[in-house]
Structure formats: structure tokens, C-alpha cells
Write a protein that binds this ligand. Structure first.
Ligand code: FPP
Length: 260
């Protein structure tokens, strides 16, 4: 199913967010605050990934998208980068059966050509194995950047123009079909843990109308209760999508009247 941009049509606002996107920040600082090596923060962070995936399943969230590795992360010390790669490999090897039996579909987005062939094969197998699962769609953004995504979409459009020998009419509604996450609606709720308040080149196109939630809690300490706080904050927001608050009240009153 193709989901159009919220900037062009007002999407349905559901009680629980349909799609939650998270920047999992604070692994290193969590470890350093305990005088542990930074990488042990990533190990603990992987445990949190499992906890939050389960929480989202229990809470009937349809899409969970996690920012695991950005193109900028290659600039980290080589030991930390190779540790993260090994952790990714072991997570793909160990967790896939668990994802499968829990009806979770795994997708990985990003420029995977930079990863070693073993990782690329594991990703392909994991996506294929869970492709028919109908529950939570868990997306891992790996070597993903919002600018990379917009650029690769633009290249696809340019190629299509060349192939069709015609000028493709591209607009805000259909542009998202070319993005790496064309299969998902735009995130309703964006969470960043670890205290920083920025988007860091995550889903740049898709976050246009997303509700933001920042918490100082480090990712390894984030849990179901913290997720509940973020969702409660989201539920208290008024998503106007450019309309006035009064228009929204009138709309819901009209719906109430129809239901009476
Ligand atoms: C940010 O914390 C976290 C990362 C760059 C890596 C995220 C990885 C995991 C949560 C574990 C592996 C996950 C998967 C899906 C295999 P940071 O290191 O930037 O923390 P800091 O800001 O405190 O230094």
C-alpha cells in the first residue's frame, strides 16, 4: 500500500500512533556513567530494542522504525564501528526466529552497499523469512540518512524520466513512493532519547508533520513505562495539519452528531 504525504491530505489520527520512529541515543553516556566501556552501552541498547519491540506489539503499534546507524557513525573509532557491525550480525542471526514466531516483519533501510557481504546476506534472508508476517513492521535504519534517501528517490525519478522519454509529474503526494520507506505511513510520533533535541538527518521528508518527543533518559534505560509516557504525551497533542483548533472541534462535533 502506498501512503501519501500528510502535507497534502489530512491523515487519520488514531488513538495510539500507527508509526513510531526512534533515535536511540545515549548508549555511550549510559556506559561511561557506570565506568563501563562504551560498547557495553550498545549491548544493553540491543536489550532495549527487544523490550520496545515487544511493547509496541502489545500496544498494537503497526510500525516501529529505529535509527541504528547513520552515515556519520562511520566516523567513530574503528573498534566501536566494528563492534556495532558484529552486534548487528549477532542480532540478525539470533533474533530472526523470535521475530518470525511473533509475527513481526523485519525491514532494513539504508545504503547497505557499504556493509560487508555477510551483513547484506543476513538482511536479505531476514527480510525474506519474515515477509509474510502481518504484525508489527520493525524497520531498522542502517547506514541511513534522510538526505541520502531524498537523493536516491530523486535519482530514481530522473532514471524513470529517461526510460519513459517523458517528464514524470512528481508532486508532494507521489514523491514518497520513491523513498526507502514507501511501504509505511509517515511517523506519527518521533522519539529521541539521551537528551539531545535534533533530528540528525533521520527521516527528513517524512517528519514534516510528526509529533516530537524528547527525553533525557538514555536508550539503555528506556522501557515500556517511558514509551507509555511518550505515547501519553502524543495523545494529549492536537494534530491540526494546518487547520485551526476550532475547525477540528467542529469536525469532531459533526462526527458526534452523526453518531448520535
Ligand atoms: C547512539 O548512542 C546509538 C548508536 C549509534 C547505535 C545504536 C545501536 C544499538 C541500540 C544496538 C544495536 C541495535 C541493533 C538494531 C542491532 P551513542 O553511542 O551515540 O551514545 P552517546 O550519545 O551517549 O555517545
Amino acid at each position: 500500500m502506498i501512503h501519501t504525504s500528510s502535507t497534502m491530505c489530512t491523515p487519520t489520527v488514531t488513538e495510539v500512533p500507527r508509526h513510531i520512529a526512534i533515535i536511540m541515543d545515549g548508549n555511550g553516556r549510559w556506559a561511561e556513567s557506570r565506568r563501563l566501556p562504551r560498547v557495553s552501552g550498545h549491548v544493553k541498547g540491543l536489550e532495549t530494542v527487544k523490550i520496545i519491540t515487544k511493547s509496541c506489539t502489545m500496544r498494537n503499534i503497526k510500525f516501529l522504525t529505529l535509527f541504528a546507524f547513520s552515515p556519520e557513525n562511520w566516523r567513530r573509532p574503528i573498534d566501536e564501528v566494528s563492534f556495532l557491525m558484529r552486534l548487528f550480525i549477532s542480532a540478525l542471526e539470533r533474533e530472526i526466529a523470535h521475530l518470525y514466531t511473533n509475527n513481526i516483519r523485519l525491514r532494513v533501510v539504508g545504503d547497505l552497499s557499504m556493509f560487508e557481504p555477510r551483513i547484506q546476506d543476513l538482511v536479505q534472508n531476514a527480510e525474506a523469512k519474515t515477509a509474510s508476517n502481518t504484525g508489527l513492521i520493525l524497520t531498522i535504519a542502517a547506514n541511513y540518512g534522510g538526505r541520502w534517501d531524498i537523493l536516491q528517490a530523486t535519482r530514481k525519478i530522473a532514471q524513470q524520466c529517461v526510460d519513459d522519454n517523458s517528464i514524470q509529474s512528481v508532486n508532494e503526494s507521489n514523491f514518497s513512493q520513491y523513498l526507502a520507506m514507501a511501504y509505511a505511513p509517515e511517523p506519527d510520533l518521533f522519539i529521541r532519547t539521551g537528551g539531545e533535541q535534533r533530528v540528525s538527518n533521520f527521516l527528513l521528508w517524512q517528519l514534516a508533520y510528526t509529533e516530537f518527543y524528547f527525553t533525557g533518559v538514555f536508550w539503555p534505560e528506556f522501557n515500556d513505562m517511558e514509551l507509555g509516557k511518550a505515547i501519553a504525551s502524543y495523545c494529549g497533542r492536537e494534530r491540526r495539519f494546518g487547520r485551526t483548533g476550532e475547525q477540528l472541534t467542529r469536525k469532531s462535533q459533526n462526527i458526534d452528531a452523526l453518531l448520535c
